[in-house]
Design a protein around this ligand. Structure first.
Ligand SMILES: [Zn+2]
Length: 246
């Protein structure tokens, strides 16, 4: 089971597929699902409302058919057929449904951050580009319609994160080196931060606002980087075996 609260895992997926993507990963159970099934799982109240809408539409169609039949029955009555529901009962049911649909819509607005079908498809596409899903295509033999069934596959996540960590650590070291090797000058209005060489080229004037650049003490930044590198090493002892290079 992947721990999406782990800061590294969380950060990785947030960059890849955003907050809604993480919600999708957390919500969708193991196994194969279509994008529409995922929509239903992610938006249960909206799904309930739309199912009820379909059901109400059928009732309305039936009502129309009955009314049409009624007017033609005036000429020739068919007494063999006994309908399950009376017209009044159908009308009542439609009314009740419409009230419930409105209530569900309001509830959804209040409680559900909608993750739409298009967004779900986009998330699935990014996940599959990164080999985090297995996708099966099924063709309906009658209609010829293609159905895509998606399965989340996060077995490789550990290796991925290991690579991410190494990248992060390399960046920290690079940044530390950069801070140690350079002197910095900044614009008082914080337009730019330049190295000594760059500042010389600009004759120590801000290229954006023209103000005079001032020397920046970067001791605090260096200390912070030192601290973060130390924390990283303590948190990931297995990464720091002898002879390992980054
Ligand atoms: Zn400036």
């Amino acid at each position: 089971m992947v721990d999406y609260n782990d800061p590294l895992i969380n950060g990785y997926f947030k960059r890849l597929i955003g907050e809604n993507g993480i919600t999708l990963l957390k919500t969708i159970p193991e196994g194969e699902h279509t994008d529409e099934e995922m929509y239903a799982m992610l938006n249960p109240i909206r799904k309930k409302a739309s199912d009820l809408k379909v059901q109400t539409k059928l009732l309305k169609d039936e009502l129309k058919a009955r009314e049409k039949k009624k007017s033609s029955d005036d000429e020739e009555t068919d007494e063999t057929e006994i309908p399950e529901k009376t017209i009044e009962e159908i009308e009542e049911e439609i009314q009740r449904n419409e009230i419930e649909i409105n209530e569900l819509k309001e509830e959804a607005e209040e409680k559900e951050e909608e993750i739409g079908l298009n967004e779900i498809r986009k998330i699935l596409f990014i996940l599959s580009e990164n080999n985090f899903t297995i996708c099966k295509r099924e063709r309906d033999t009658n209609s010829g319609w293609l159905t895509f069934r998606w399965q989340l596959n996060l077995v490789d996540i550990e290796h991925r994160l290991e690579r991410e960590k190494r990248k992060l650590y390399r960046n920290l070291l690079r940044r530390q080196e950069y801070e140690k090797e350079n002197l910095f000058y900044i614009c008082p209005s914080h337009c730019v931060r330049l190295t000594f060489d760059e500042s010389t080229e600009m004759e120590f004037m801000c290229p954006l606002c023209g103000d005079n650049l001032i020397y920046e003490e970067n001791e605090i930044i260096k200390e912070l980087l030192e601290k973060r590198i130390g924390e990283f090493q303590t948190a990931n002892p297995s990464m720091f075996r002898k002879d390992e290079r980054y």
